[in-house]
Design a protein around this ligand. Structure first.
Ligand SMILES: Nc1ncnc2c1ncn2[C@@H]1O[C@H](COP(=O)(O)OP(=O)(O)OP(=O)(O)O)[C@@H](O)[C@H]1O
Length: 484
């Protein structure tokens, strides 16, 4: 705009000015700025002509050269931009590459994962709310080449089930969600939501799902109520029900107090709550929650788990990823010398008989303890009494997280892999193969059991220098009580 303004004032550059003005018409912000400037200038000149009585020379602001040209250009650009967006949405310019996927069993699958794969491929998961069959995603990147983000994922989620998707960073959890919601194309495989294919009936799929993405997709300037209004309309909630639905969602997520404040001013936890509320709009039968508890305080987390319980009680299903999960503590103790470790183990066996030994290095032991048995204050009180007596260098108490569960599981798996590698030469393993899933309600089990373990009575001193983990078969299971 400055170029055209400067060029306008110089006689020799008039042609350049006119040429630039035509070229810059493709920029909507130029049209807006230039149009406003021309209008103001025209108004000023009109005032002058009015004062000297030359009314015939006055120009309307809507003359072609003043604002109409810019308005027409912006209208055309709006339509063109809209069509380009639609074409991109439907992959008109670049058809996503599809690859055939083998139905053969994957050799190094975990037992549960292998069983689930067979169940899905047999067709036993056909009535599930969500059926994922060999879903595969390969990203192509100029710098990194081909990245296998999701490798032949097979699983089913039944009605009224809360399914946990667990994996290390980069395992492909978010990519899986993105493929299921239609954000990303699939490279291979297929998935069905309520029997509708994500490849053929994406619109129907999108109508049945709610999605809380990993990073809040919120508008800082809009309030929670305005967000709700936007999404109730996008989801086709009838006008007469709109207010009731909005108030229900705000109330359900305890956001009523902040309903009329801009989302940009919310804490991280309240932003996650708002994103979750948006995912609930329209009563979807399947809800994806990608790290819903990030940034939430313990009370809000507990509240969210209760909410998930309410959701699955209504027969709807939830698929979630979360790093925070357990309802216990991890107590890590580091001793001044390895000879004290035995004493620490004795102390735990005597004072915390229900504690589960998770790890033992030569000067470090880690125990998992359920929080319902003991309060945090009692843990600290008991530990403080023996810090000096047991030669404890330092200790920490933290909440059990899904990470702890995963790390234990991954360690167990890597041990198994190492054993297998001695038999067969190493084949490349995709990260998704390490996804731990299958968090299902089972019988009357009431706790999240990362690994079931026979607690050793006493550890021999010749264990020093070794890392010891639980020896029982690794299993992840919970029922709905775990969540609250
Ligand atoms: N747009 C992209 N282009 C190229 N590679 C990608 C793209 N998105 C993800 N990836 C790669 O795909 C793999 C899986 O990523 P994804 O984000 O799905 O993992 P994740 O399990 O959700 O991890 P996190 O918990 O850190 O989000 C990673 O190796 C990542 O680098």
């Amino acid at each position: 705009m400055s170029c055209t303004f400067l060029a306008m004032s110089l006689q020799d550059l008039k042609a350049v000015n006119s040429y630039l003005k035509s070229c810059f018409l493709i920029f909507p912000n130029y049209n807006l700025g230039h149009g406003l400037m021309e209008m103001a200038y025209n108004e000023y000149i009109n005032e002058y002509y009015a004062k000297i009585g030359q009314f015939g020379k006055m120009k309307s602001p809507f003359e072609w050269d003043i604002v109409t040209r810019g308005l027409v250009a912006m209208t055309i650009e709006g339509f063109v931009g809209f069509f380009i967006t639609i074409m991109c949405q439907y992959n008109f310019f670049r058809k996503p590459q599809r690859l055939p996927v083998s139905n053969k069993p994957i050799e190094d699958d975990d037992i549960d994962v292998g069983n689930e794969r067979r169940r899905v491929l047999r067709g036993d998961a056909d009535t599930d709310v969500l059926k994922i069959q060999n879903l595969t995603k390969v990203y192509k990147s100029r710098r990194m080449g081909r990245i296998l983000a999701v490798d032949r994922l097979c699983t089913g989620v039944r009605p009224g089930e809360c399914f946990g998707l667990l994996g290390v960073n980069g395992a492909g959890k978010t990519t899986t969600f993105k493929m299921l919601t239609g954000d990303e194309s699939t490279t291979g495989g297929e998935a069905f939501v309520n029997g509708n294919s994500i490849l053929k009936d994406l619109l129907k799929v999108q109508q049945s799902i709610g999605y809380c993405p990993q990073f809040d997709a919120l508008f800082d300037e809009l309030t929670a109520r305005e967000h709700m209004e936007l999404y109730t309309r996008l989801r086709g909630v009838p006008w007469k029900d709109e207010e009731r639905v909005i108030n229900w969602a705000l109330d359900k997520l305890e956001l009523t107090k902040y309903a009329d404040k801009p989302a940009g001013t919310y804490s991280g936890g309240n932003k996650r709550k708002l994103s979750t509320a948006i995912a609930l709009i329209g009563y979807p039968s399947l809800i994806f929650l990608d790290e819903p508890t990030t940034g939430m305080d313990p009370k809000a987390r507990r509240f969210l788990w209760n909410l998930i319980l309410d959701i699955i009680k209504t027969g709807r299903s939830v698929v979630l990823t979360s790093h925070r999960f357990g309802d216990g503590y991890m107590i890590t103790v580091r001793t001044k010398a390895s000879l004290y470790v035995k004493e620490v183990v004795r102390f735990f066996n005597r004072n915390f008989p229900e504690a589960v030994l998770k790890e033992r290095h030569h000067t470090k032991v880690q125990y998992q303890l359920k929080s319902e048995n003991i309060s945090l204050a009692q843990v600290f009180s008991k530990m403080e009494q023996v810090v000096d007596v047991l030669g404890i260098e330092d200790y920490s108490v933290s909440q059990t997280t899904l990470d702890n569960v995963f790390v234990n599981f991954a360690k167990k798996q890597s041990d198994n892999l190492e054993q297998q590698e001695t038999v067969s030469t190493g084949s490349v393993q995709s990260p998704i193969k390490r996804i731990l899933s299958l968090l299902r309600p089972r019988g009357t089990t009431t706790e999240l059991q990362a690994l079931t373990v026979e607690e050793p009575e006493e550890l021999e001193s010749d264990d020093e220098g070794l890392i010891s983990f639980e020896e029982e078969r690794a299993q992840l299971s919970f029922n709905t009580d775990t969540l609250c």
